[in-house]
Design a protein around this ligand. Structure first.
Ligand code: NAD
Length: 338
């Protein structure tokens, strides 16, 4: 077997980890820095598979072209697959695979980094002290111990977050419409209680999102959800940007209803994230407004970005490519629409 794969949105670290992992395998990668979209999809001509990431666009039109050029497999090198029209892919006979859990702890730890930084304001303290300003004015935080944290989604990352927060002595409440029995048992063993969404909104001091982006969860956090939250809520999103209605959140920040906002993902991130725009004028007024708030911390989708996760992503993606080639597509890494 020999397999040619066109990787899109390839960054230096992708090239390094996939080149190392594919040595001594029959898989050959060609790396394209460009994202996959309607303009760039002709680049995939002649390849057996494409390997894509969170902001590549695999809508029906793109998939039609990929199918016509002979691509048989879309290998996502991430967990979420909201950017792929899976029904269209399945109808066209294109296999879709992903990396369901490469290091849930990496994202959970980044979630805590956002929570702790916003609360204790270490990002401001770092800059202050470097400028010789040792004043504590404005840096007051709260102890996490005994605070109520609401976890929305108790899959791999939600559970890893629960594990860490249990160590902080937080009161943990969670919501998930369909937790697995193992997840439920694991959450409850850490002292977390399943509650309704409304109970989670009204009781939490901090809310953290760990559910996938679907048509049901798009703008889950909108004006009416925010209105149910306690004034002074800290909101963290390391899942997918469109879980939050960003304009509603900006309004609530201006009204001082939201005390702090930590984002690793952003609704319109595809045109900004993973590249350097520091010498350009950014046209997106929504993210620019967010960046003016002292109580908003944004990172550029780096929750997954640990050495361990990169190794696991490359390893699992290569396994998915091999399994698809052997027609073994029944495993958890394969996405069937429905
Ligand atoms: P998972 O599939 O293991 O768990 C998701 C959980 O969310 C499931 O238990 C599901 O039942 C639950 N869920 C679905 N709809 C819900 C709703 N309306 N309310 C509450 N829960 C709901 O996924 P995971 O590995 O834990 O990842 C969660 C999300 O994190 C992914 O979908 C992805 O978007 C995001 N992610 C982000 C990064 C990053 O770098 N920031 C990295 C990996 C994954």
């Amino acid at each position: 077997m020999s397999l040619s794969v066109a990787m899109f949105s390839a960054q230096r670290y992708d090239i390094d980890s996939f080149t190392a992992a594919s040595a001594d395998t029959p898989v050959t990668f060609t790396f394209f820095e460009a994202a996959l979209n309607l303009t760039t999809c002709p680049l995939a001509k002649g390849y057996d598979a494409v390997c894509v990431f969170v902001n590549d666009e695999l809508n029906h039109e793109v998939l039609n072209i990929l199918a016509a050029t002979g691509v048989k497999h879309i290998a996502l090198r991430c967990a979420g697959f909201n950017n792929v029209d899976t029904a269209a892919a399945n109808a066209l006979g294109i296999v879709v695979s992903r990396v369901p859990a490469y290091s849930p702890e990496s994202v959970a730890e980044h979630t805590l980094a956002l929570m702790l930084t916003l609360n204790r304001k270490t990002h401001h303290a770092y800059n202050r002290v470097r400028n010789g300003n040792f004043s504590l004015q404005g840096l007051l935080g709260f102890t996490l111990h005994h605070k109520t944290v609401g976890i929305i989604g108790t899959g791999a990352i939600g559970l890893a977050t629960i594990n860490i927060l249990a160590g902080f002595g937080c009161r943990l409440i969670c919501h998930d419409p369909s937790p697995t029995s193992a997840a439920r048992a694991q959450a409850q063993a850490r002292g977390a209680c399943y509650v309704t969404m409304d109970e989670l909104y009204t009781q939490s001091d901090i809310i953290t999102l760990h559910c996938p982006l679907t048509s049901a969860t798009r703008h889950l956090i909108d004006t009416s959800a925010i209105a149910k939250m306690r004034p002074g809520i800290t909101l963290i999103n390391t899942s997918r940007g469109a879980l939050i209605d960003t304009r509603a959140v900006i309004k609530a920040l201006k009204q001082r209803h939201i005390k702090a906002l930590g984002l690793d993902v952003y609704e319109q991130e595809s045109s900004l994230f993973f590249s350097d725009h520091s010498l350009e004028i950014i046209d997106d007024d929504v993210i620019e407004r967010l960046l003016t708030f002292p109580n908003v911390l944004i990172t550029g989708h780096q929750g997954f970005f640990t050495e361990e996760a990169l190794d696991q992503i490359a390893f699992t993606t290569l396994n998915n490519l091999r399994d698809a080639e052997n027609k073994q597509t029944g495993g958890p890494g394969f996405v069937v629409s429905g």
